[in-house]
Ligand binder design. Structure first.
Ligand code: LER
Ligand code: MN
Length: 284
């Protein structure tokens, strides 16, 4: 298992000015960093890769469809812009040295049309994801699609639907990211959801139920770790929360209060908790 932390704790757009974070994260015991960017223009990929390598840190790459980008729109030009965005993201992931490109990649985050998804939208999702296959293979990257809770998307909320989507896509490079924050809202039991994902589970966001310090709330971590062991998951566990005082992030993620004494506490105390929970789960 590899332990990482998402840069959204510190910034909405990771850039050169944030490279100073990396030695600190290494020193605190992280194996890697999940770099987050929503706008790829001007992203200094080569500099970021060099800094990750010189700090002996691995990475994953995270983004989201925002604004008008949608892989399931009824407008073909919108779908094709979303496909281009995702292809660019896959190439950036590879250039960073990441094997995982992850996030909510079907419908824009926060878009709630006030109805259920349609069969036509489902078909476009399957086709859109299938169309990424050659770029994923050429770059040796896996796409981990993130179901979000019902207040952030109407399109994909549960592990069961994510499995159905992967089985329709039939590409081993298209799998699922389970985020314990969203799963805590949508699943009966997070452990069961993880077990049901099986081989489709490609990535995990380890978040407390309030996006505070992992281990400080009511997520059933014992069950999470035993389920991860049961499905033979050996990928990344990435702590994800959001900077409380960064306006764009606070607005996008609905963070209206401090979730912990500091964002560093979420990273550092979260890491100690997750590492010891992981060790305990192996000892059973
Ligand atoms: C992103 O990983 C996430 O979990 C969302 O809630 C924010 O887009
Ligand atoms: Mn997440």
């Amino acid at each position: 298992m590899k332990f990482g932390v998402n840069t959204l704790l510190w910034t909405a757009a990771f850039d050169r000015e944030h490279l100073g974070l990396l030695p600190r994260l290494k020193e605190r015991g992280f194996d890697g960093v999940e770099i987050a960017r929503f706008d790829f223009n001007g992203f200094p990929v080569a500099d970021v890769r060099r800094a990750l390598e010189s700090n002996a840190l691995g990475c994953t790459f995270c983004s989201a469809l925002t604004g008008s980008l949608s892989l399931i729109s009824d407008d073909a030009s919108v779908r094709s812009a979303a496909r281009k965005f995702l292809e660019d993201g896959i190439r950036i992931a590879a250039d960073l040295g990441a094997k995982i490109f992850t996030g909510p990649f079907l419908s824009p985050v926060g878009y709630l049309p006030g109805r259920r998804r349609t069969e036509e939208e489902w078909r476009r999702a399957v086709e859109g994801l299938q169309s990424l296959g050659p770029v994923l293979a050429a770059n040796d990257v896996t796409l981990a699609i993130e179901p979000l809770n019902r207040f952030e998307t109407y399109f994909l909320n549960t592990a069961a639907d994510a499995v159905a989507l992967c089985e329709a896509v039939e590409d081993p490079r298209v799998g699922v990211l389970l985020d314990t924050f969203h799963a805590n809202i949508e699943e009966k039991q997070i452990g069961e959801a993880l077990r049901s994902l099986g081989r489709h589970l490609k990535h995990v966001h380890t978040c407390e139920n309030d996006r505070g310090i992992p281990g400080s709330g009511h997520v059933e971590w014992k069950d999470v770790f035993s389920a991860l062991q049961a499905v033979g998951y050996d990928g990344w566990l990435v702590i994800e929360s959001f900077g409380f005082s960064i306006k764009e992030i606070a607005a996008a993620a609905c963070i209206w209060r401090d979730l912990a004494p500091s964002v560093e506490a979420i990273a550092d105390e979260g890491l100690s908790f997750l590492r010891s929970s992981f060790s305990l789960s192996r000892a059973v």
